[in-house]
Design a protein around this ligand. Sequence first.
Ligand code: GAL
Length: 805
Amino acid sequence: MVTFDYTLHAKRNPKAINVAEPRTRLSFNKDWKFFLGEKSGAQKPAFNDLTWRKLTLPHDWSIEGKFDEKNPAKPEGGGLPTGIGWYRKNFIAPANFKDRLIHIEFDGIYKNSEVWINGYYLGKRPYGYSSFSYEVSKYLKQGKNTIAVKVDNSAQPDSRWYSGSGIYRNVWLTSTAKIAVAQWGTNVQSTVMNIAEGTGTAMLSISNRLMNARASHQKIIVINTIYDAKGKLVLKKESPQFDLDTSGKTVFADVHIDKAKLWSVANPTQYKLITQIVQNKLVIDEKETLFGIRDAQFNAKYGFYLNDEHLKIQGVCLHHDLGALGAAINVRAMERQLEIMKGMGVNAIRTAHNPPAPEFLDLCDKMGFLVMDEAFDMWAKKKTKNDYHLAFAEWHKRDLEDMVKRDRNHPSIILWSIGNEIREQFDSTGIALTKQLVSIVKNLDQSRPVISALTETNAKKNFIYQANALDVYGLNYNHKLYKDFPKNYPDVKFLATETTSALETRGFYDTADTIRKWPRDGKTKFVEGNAEWSASAYDNVSAYWGSTHEETLKEAKKYNHVSGIFVWTGFDYLGEPLPYPWPARSSYFGIVDLAGFPKDSYYLYQSEWTNKPVLHILPHWNWEKGKTVQVWAYYNNADEVELYLNGKSLGKKSKQGEDLHVQWDVNYEPGTVKAISRKGGKEVLVTEVKTAGPAAKIQLIADRNHIKADGKDLSFVTVRVLDAVGNLVPNADQLVNFKIEGSGFIAGVDNGFQASLEPFKANYRKAFHGLCLAIVQAKEKEGTIKLTATAKGLSSSSIIINVKK
Ligand code: GAL
C-alpha cells in the first residue's frame, strides 16, 4: 500500500508549502467475488453474487484447474482450463470523490476484459499483457459502489505457451486532485558524459504530462525535486507560474547532475524524482518516480557497453508464469526466480514475448538486470487461431504506446522489442509495419534501441530487416552464423535474441554418442524419447533449430560483435512441452526446472558467467554394476580436475581448446565418486557424490524461515528424500503429504516433472528424482507456520517458519 508521507514532505519542504489532500494509490486486490463461467446480468449492481467465491487478487483460475488433454488450450497452452470468468467487488468510494479524479488501474487481465462500474460500461482491453486504467469519478456515488469485470479467455487456442486466465496482476485505486500528473505521465530521459568510476555528468530532461479536469484553465507551478538513493536532496527545479488549460499539457524541465551515480548491473542505484503541482502555495499533487542514470550502447564491432565498460549480455528468456503459482503475480516468487538466475551469472532478461508485470521491472532495476522488454509474439499474421492477431489492427498502437509509457523510466530496460519471430518478416507487409511500430516507440522514447527477434536469415528475404528501421539486429538461433555476421551485415549491431532450446529433465541421465535433435526436423514425427517422458540432463538433446547449451555458448563467447545471448529459457514454463506429446504439459527448455531446482547445465553457466569457484559433477551415483558411466565436471578457477572412485584416481583432466567441461568414462561400482579441482597444484574445491541406499527419511529446507505477515510473502520449502545417512536418493518418487498449521497455507506444490498431471493446488506431491517443493504463503496474522511432510515408509519431518509484520 502506498501512502503519503507527511513527515518526509515536511522535511523536504521546510518552508512549508501546505499540502491539500494527497494523492493516494491503494491496493484494490481484496474482497472480490469470483464466478467461473458466463453469467448474464452480472455487470448490474443489483446482481446477486452471494454464492460466488470470495478471493483476493491477483488470481489465475487456470492454474486451479485439472490437466486434461481435451482442454481447449491444448498441451501447448499448458493443458489447463480457460473459459470465461466474472469478478465483482463492492467498495466505498473515496471521500469527496466529486472533487477528485479516481482511477482504477489494472496491471493486467488475461484477456479480453470488460469493466463496468455501477452498471456503466467503462471499456474493454483485448491484450492480456497490457496495463490500463479507467477514470471513474463521474460514475461513483456516496456509499456502496460496484465494479464488475468480465474476462473472456474462451476462444482457444490463443497462445503458444500457458497464459493463465483472470485478473492475474495487481489492481489499484488512485485518487488525485483534478489537476494532477497523468498515469505514466512522468518521464526522465538522461544522457551521460565524463563517465568515470561509476559516476558521470548527467543531463536530464524531465517531462510531466499534466491533466486538468477542472472547468477552466488554472494557474500552477511545477516543482521537480530529485533525491539520491540515500534520500539526500540532489536538486530542485521550480517552473514559473503558467496557465494549464483543460486539455492538459506536457511540461519540461532540463537539469543536470554532476558526478551522478550510475546505475549498473553490479551497483543498481536509483534516484527518486518528486513532482509537485503547486497552486496558491498549496501542493495539490505530488508524485514519485524512480529512475536510474546510465549509458547503454551497442557497437557493431565490439558489442555492448554499459557506462563505457564492455559487458557481454548473459541473458535468459523468461515467460511470465511462476510455475505452480501460475500467472498470478507474486513479488517474492519473481524475486526468487531472479535470485536463482543471478546465482548462475545471468545479467539480462528477455521478457518473452510480452510486457511483464510492473513489479518484475522494479525487481530488475533493484537487483541489477538488463531487460529486453518485448511487446508482441505476432502482428497481423497469426501463430495460433485465436491469438492477438485478431486485435492487432485495432489495438497495437495503443498497446505498444502503453508499454513504452509505462516502462520507460526503468534503468534496467536497454531494448524495446517490437516482436518475436513475427510472420511479417516473410512478406512485404513487414516493411511498412516495422516502420510504423518503430516510429510509435521512437515518438515516446528515443533513448533506447529498438530490436526485433528474427529468424529469416536471408537478409534480402527478411522484410522486417528490409524496413531498415531497427537499431540492433536480433537473431534467434543459427549460432553457426555468428561468425560471419560482420561480413554479411557490415556495421550492423548484433544480439542473439534467442538461443539454444536444449531439452533437459532434471535428474535424468542418458548418454549418447551424438547430439540428439528432438524432433529431428520439421517433417518427421517424433518417435524418439523414452518411457520416462524425459530428456537427458547431460546437455546432449536440443530442438532441431537450436543447439545444446555448450554449442551456442562456445560460439557466443568467441566473438565480440555478438553483444550477448538470451538462452531459451532460464526456467521451464507451462505449455510448449516439446518434443513430447501429452501428458507432457510444460517445457523442457529451462536451465532450471519448473519448481526452481537447477538442472546440471545451471553449473555450466555458473562456471562460465561468474567468478565464484565452481566444481559440479554429474550424474548421481546409483547405477547397475559394470555399467560404463560418463562423469562430467563443470569447473572454473582451476587448471585441472582429478576424479577418484572409492579413493582410486581415475586421472586428471583439464579443458582443452573450446571445451566447457571435462569427462571420464567410469566403470561403475557403488561408493563415492569424488572430484578435486586444483590451481597451481593447490586444491580449489572438492565435490563428492555417493551411492545412496534405500530411501529412509525426509529433509525439509526452507529458502526463508522468516516471512512477512502480509498475506503475500512466500517460503519455498524443498523436500529432499534421503537415505539413512543423508544422501539424496536420486530416483526417489514417494508420494509426500503435507500438513500445514498456523499462520500460513500451501499456495502450490511441484516437483519439476514436465509430464506430471498432479494438481499444483494440493497438499501432496510425488517426489521426482528425489525432490519436490511446497510453496508456503503467509497469512496476515503474525505467528508461526509448522509444515510437516510425511511419506509411506519414510520418517517424517517438520519445519517452522516465522511470520512477522
Ligand atoms: C522459438 C520461439 C519461442 C519458443 C522456442 C522453442 O522459435 O521464439 O517462443 O517457441 O522457439 O524452441
